[in-house]
Write a protein that binds this ligand. Structure first.
Ligand code: S3P
Length: 474
């Protein structure tokens, strides 16, 4: 089937925006897709997870800001990234799918963005909307952004505050929510900004805005967060330095470079790999391989944590691919014990706490996760969503504003037999479906459709390993 813009519908994607009526967002408005996971036999085989979501967004955006043709291979064709592709077209770049995972971006250069004629709908993607606001905020154009019901609840002030320092103005709903109009600065000035919360999206928005400001823009982060923007900006030829100081990590970008088009090979997403990896750890007798997974130290906190819990994971053939360290993982069922996850590790595994709390429920002893309040402003309030769903499955959980504690029930100990609410959150949906593979009774989710935002081939991939996950009525 042809998608708007001449793209072929990526294989395995089930819930394209084009399936819904014009003007409606995909998530939260289409028919919910209830799904159920049942206790499964040993998981076996090879799990080839899709490309990294963070890197995919950035490859399209920096490609659009370079002069000439960027080629991307291994692009994640999840709805979040497709929404960013559509947005880059709206700002004047030519973005074309050449083959599954293989894309061409003809960029317009730093400062070359056109004013979009339509509202930019970023669907479910906080990364998409925040990075795109950053990259247009220092051009003399105006753009209006919106998203689905989940994204419209999320705070944008964390991005529009620093963008105002460049001279951009933002007009949104109360509490800095979407829909929101950004009036880009006609004469931007460079900024020096300390990011008040650990957020790679905020850091990246400021750096992207800094590209079209004269002079040096400096971003300081107290705790290091994922560094894909810094790596890729360097790869596209920007002058950027990173220094670890007493103040924190100081990133200095020289504005108004000419970005040179690149060939970007997107490594597989460690956050998506987390689902088959954790499933194999908790389903008795499992032994799977997950090749080519990014092991970027700003992203691999989950894997360090799992090893500390006693996980049998071998990291084979460590190598560099597309400027990122990667390894082939071999994962076997393991008897796990609860641990205290160091607070300082939170940023490097922020998207993995939902699936970690499932693993913790299947471990012996208690797992304590502190310093996790950023989870409350993700696609859903993930502390609340996990706590309520785990409790419904018979697991004892304690929750504070910034803390999640899960009392493990040991291998095969989780009763299950409940339906978890996913709140338009892909990672909540996948986490509870993984729990169902190891719980005594099936675990259902009220809506699995958001899985398509980040992991469109999840169902097929898990079925290939032997996981019993079905849609209601199937
Ligand atoms: C992302 C940063 C993180 C993460 C998100 C992707 C990115 O968000 O949760 O899934 O690509 O920069 P925050 O920056 O809000 O922590």
């Amino acid at each position: 089937m042809k998608m708007p813009g001449g793209m072929d519908r990526p294989r395995g994607l089930r819930y394209q925006r084009s399936d819904f009526r014009e003007g409606e967002s995909m998530s939260g408005h289409g028919e919910p897709i209830p799904m159920t996971a049942r206790k499964s036999g040993p998981l076996k085989g090879v799990a080839e997870v899709p490309g990294d979501k963070s890197i995919s967004h950035r490859a399209l955006i920096l490609g659009a800001m370079a002069v000439g043709e960027t080629r991307v291979t291994g692009l994640l064709e999840g709805q979040d990234v497709l929404d960013t592709a559509k947005a880059m077209r709206a700002f004047g770049a030519e973005v074309t799918q050449l083959a599954p995972g293989e894309w061409s971006v003809r960029g317009v250069g730093v400062g070359g963005f056109a004013e979009p004629a339509e509202v930019i709908d970023c669907g479910n993607s906080g990364t998409g909307v925040r990075l795109i606001m950053g990259c247009m905020a220092t051009s003399p154009i105006t753009a209006t952004f919106t998203g689905d019901a989940s994204l419209r609840k999320r705070p944008m002030g964390r991005v529009t505050d620093p963008l105002a320092l460049f001279g951009a103005r933002a007009y949104g709903r109360q509490g800095g929510r979407l829909p929101m109009t950004i009036v880009g600065a006609a004469e931007p000035v460079p900024v020096r900004y300390t990011v008040p919360m650990p957020s790679a999206q905020v850091k990246s928005a400021v750096l992207l805005a800094g590209l079209n400001a004269p002079g040096q823009t400096v971003v300081i982060e107290k705790e290091p967060t994922r560094d894909h923007s810094e790596r890729m900006l360097r790869g596209f030829g920007a002058e950027i330095t990173v220094e670890d100081t007493d103040e924190g990590r100081v990133i200095t970008l020289t504005g108004q470079p000419e970005l040179k088009p690149q060939t970007v090979a997107v490594p597989r997403d460690p956050s998506s790999a987390a689902f088959p990896v954790c499933a194999a750890l908790i389903v008795e007798g499992s032994d799977i391989r997950v090749p080519g997974v990014s092991q970027n130290p700003t992203r691999n906190g989950l894997y360090t944590t799992l090893v500390e819990m006693g996980a049998d994971i071998a990291f084979e053939n460590p190598r560099e691919e597309g400027g990122e360290p990667v390894a082939d993982l071999r994962v076997r069922f393991s008897a796990l014990k609860g641990i205290e996850v160091p607070e300082a590790r939170a940023a490097s595994m922020i998207d993995e706490y939902p699936i970690l709390s499932v693993v913790a429920a299947c471990a012996e002893g208690t797992t304590v996760m502190r310093g996790v309040k950023e989870l409350r402003v993700k696609e859903s309030d993930r502390i609340d969503a996990m706590a309520r769903g785990l409790e419904a499955c018979g697991v004892r959980v304690e929750e504070e504003e910034d803390v999640l504690i899960v009392h493990g029930m040991g291998p095969g100990g989780v009763p299950g037999g409940a339906t978890a609410k996913t709140h338009i959150d892909h990672r909540i949906a996948m986490s509870f479906l993984v729990l169902g593979l190891a719980a005594q009774k099936p675990v259902s989710v009220d809506d699995g459709s958001p899985i398509a935002t980040s992991f469109p081939v999840f169902e097929g991939l898990m079925a290939g390993l032997g996981a019993e996950i079905v849609r209601a009525g199937a």
